[in-house]
Design a protein around this ligand. Structure first.
Ligand code: ADP
Length: 336
């Protein structure tokens, strides 16, 4: 069997969203204009993004024994995600409670509920059950940090390419980094994790090196409409410590809602890597998916499929990648 699939270990939530002209003041009640209930959670969003990008995709996570379980499970399946590794645990499915005003400003309370019950043993069983079909593992930070840490090590041991989207940013066990092949923070997550402001290409390169210094093989800092910065460091004996830095400009689109751009990016990147594409092509696929996700409102409903991603890539086949000269003390080498 081909090992061309993606294993996503992460959160599943029901996203309950109320839309009103303005957000209520503290203690105030306002009348709303609309309400939606969709599958959400960074893990589930990235699973949907990977499946829509064409990869056989398995979701590893927990849901509760309530009405929301059927809604999120049905939605995962409708988007083509395998749910054999989603476990039902006593209690309730995780919920994200979202409020959006007429200007698009929002606030969110995420209550993990069942997501807090995912264990290292469950992750091990899911790796064993799927590893003959999967080669890329996607991780985020909406499940217990110790489980993410365990999944990274177990994934690396099982020969996965381990991709960590460190969102929402939070302190992590320092020893997770050597198990991470690719890290994909946005500017604010890179700022929070590295402790120094990331607000453009130069500071993103500095942040990328922070991750590489801790053992990550490839740091990809996403910069919204400014694209992404990629820094890789090879560790082979012919070019010890060599480094390649590139700035990928964003695809020109007219954004209406940037929610889930990062999830579209990471899911499509994972799917492309699982299909055997090289790093640069996989980054471009991810960026095209991220750009397209900004052109539709919402999270999971805005995640593009492979046809849309390919069409955008075909429209911009020669979008240049700008190699950034490496600092003097580092030898430039090939990406691994
Ligand atoms: P997040 O949603 O995690 O904050 P970003 O906003 O950095 O992540 O978006 C991830 C990727 O999606 C970017 O690197 C970029 O390629 C693409 N993207 C995001 N916003 C835009 C935009 N306004 N125009 C074009 N591409 C975008």
């Amino acid at each position: 069997m081909a090992r061309d699939g993606v294993l996503v270990v992460g959160s599943i939530t029901a996203d309950v969203t109320a839309f009103s002209r303005r957000l209520p003041q503290r203690g105030e009640t306002v009348l709303g204009d609309d309400f939606t209930l969709f599958l959400g959670g960074k893990g589930a969003n990235q699973a949907v993004a990977a499946a829509r990008a064409g990869a056989p995709t398995w979701m590893v996570g927990c849901v509760g024994e309530d009405l929301f379980r059927d809604i999120v499970m049905d939605s995962l399946r409708e988007h083509g995600v395998h749910t054999s590794e989603v476990r039902t645990v006593p209690g309730r499915t995780g919920v994200a409670h979202i409020r959006v005003d007429a200007s698009g400003e929002n606030d969110i309370v995420i209550t993990p509920l069942a997501n807090a019950d995912l264990t290292a043993e469950m992750v091990d069983r899911s790796i064993a059950a799927t590893q003959d079909r999967t080669r890329v593992m996607l991780l985020q930070l909406e499940i217990p940090a110790a489980v993410t840490r365990h999944a990274a090590e177990a994934g690396a041991d099982a020969g996965f390419t381990v991709v960590l989207d460190p969102a929402p940013a939070q302190a992590l066990p320092e020893d997770i980094w050597p198990y991470v092949d690719i890290v994909t923070p946005n500017e604010s997550e890179a700022t929070a994790l590295t402790g120094s402001e990331v607000d453009g290409v130069e500071s993103a390169e500095r942040a990328a090196r922070w991750f590489l210094d801790r053992g990550v093989r490839h740091a990809l800092i996403t910069l919204g409409g400014a694209g992404a910065v990629s820094v890789t460091r090879t560790k082979n004996s012919s070019a010890p410590g060599s480094e390649v830095t590139s700035h990928f400009p964003a695809f020109p689109v007219v954004p209406v809602d940037t929610t889930a751009a990062g999830d579209a990016f990471t899911g499509a990147l994972g799917a492309a890597l699982a299909a055997g594409l090289d790093n640069d092509l996989a980054v471009r696929r991810g960026m095209a998916a991220g750009a397209l996700a900004t052109t539709c409102p919402g999270a999971s409903p805005s995640l593009p499929d492979l046809t849309a991603v390919s069409a955008l890539l075909d429209t911009h086949p020669l979008l240049p990648v700008h190699p950034v000269p490496a600092p003097a003390h580092i030898t430039e080498g090939a990406t691994s």
